[in-house]
Write a protein that binds this ligand. Sequence first.
Ligand code: GDD
Ligand code: MN
Length: 365
Amino acid sequence: MTRPLELAVVIPVFNEAANVGQLVERLDVALAGRCWEAIFVDDDSPDGTADAARALARTDPRIRVIQRIGRRGLATACVEGMCATAAPLVAVIDGDLQHDEALLPAMFAALAERPELDLVIGSRFAPGGGTGDWDRDRRGKSALATRLARMVLRADLSDPMSGFFMIRTQIVRDLAPGLSGIGFKILLDLLTASRRPLNFIELPYVFRSRAAGESKLDHVVALEYLIALYDRSFGRYVPVRFAMFSAVGALGAAVHMIVLALLFRVLPLRFLTATILATIAAMTFNFFLNNALTYRDQRLRGMRQMVDGWVSFCVVCSLGAVANIGVAAFLHDVRNGNWAGSALVGVIVAAVWNFALSSRFTWGR
Ligand code: GDD
Ligand code: MN
């Protein structure tokens, strides 16, 4: 009989082939004497990260590889890795050597010795922690994101954005169905999904600078972060997707006005022709923006999908426009001339119509 498995270390990786080997070496040192496994969760990285991890796994049975095809996302990668282990404790650590694996034994000891603890968080902002060589810009953004997170969380923790923590695996399995899975913020997701406050402590560590590869934290990730916070605070009143769809729609209305002004006032075309062209421009703009943002997780790609999607989106929106006009005209008649109210109801009906049908026919494959 071998010793029972004590700990799993989940490592989300995307284009980290150059870091995989060294991370395993460091885990081997840090976790000497423990019975552990490492689970790399790779999203089919083009640089062959999964192959690099599998090459190690062939001679080291402590190493496992989950290779997801056609999916991207740090948070969902972490959740799937955490749910894939039989170990009672599970840690998440970045695959780029920026987190300090030497903290893992202290995290482990805290959870082993204190049954009332659910979670140990590695913190860059607790006394003794640090962010290494971050520039002012990144420090400022991180501070802002941290403040926002604490407002939503109403919990006193110094580093809610930490991607480095250890938790009892059963808690993750229990919470997994309720996780939003948006963006980078897996820890935030776990803390807010739990109905009872999770019992945690923070241990300080210094965030290292990246030696190989590059960060995937870009503007899309930052936007996803704001979306995740929105989802946690207002999502139950107005679903996040509908809110984004409506915001894109409002931008589309602005595009419509600008194009109309150019075609009708500057060129000038006939008003009807200009309006038809402005409508097509606005629908096209909305189609691309919704595809890139609102439906980025089920984005249409390639010529064929894009053309089909664009056509179905235009059909849906044209019917929405007819519904808009019909409802507004009807209300205007029965309510005797309340033009603004009638128009507003028409717009809302069209927005719900466009959203419902395009989510089904344009992006719902
Ligand atoms: N599977 C998978 N899929 N892994 C990903 C993805 C993805 O879409 N995006 C990023 N990763 C992996 C990276 O390969 C790396 O191992 C880890 O997740 C962290 O990603 P980085 O791109 O290096 O993030 P960072 O260093 O800029 O961000 C750090 O700070 C954030 C808060 O400021 C990380 O520690 C984050 O976890 C943390 O939230
Ligand atoms: Mn990193």
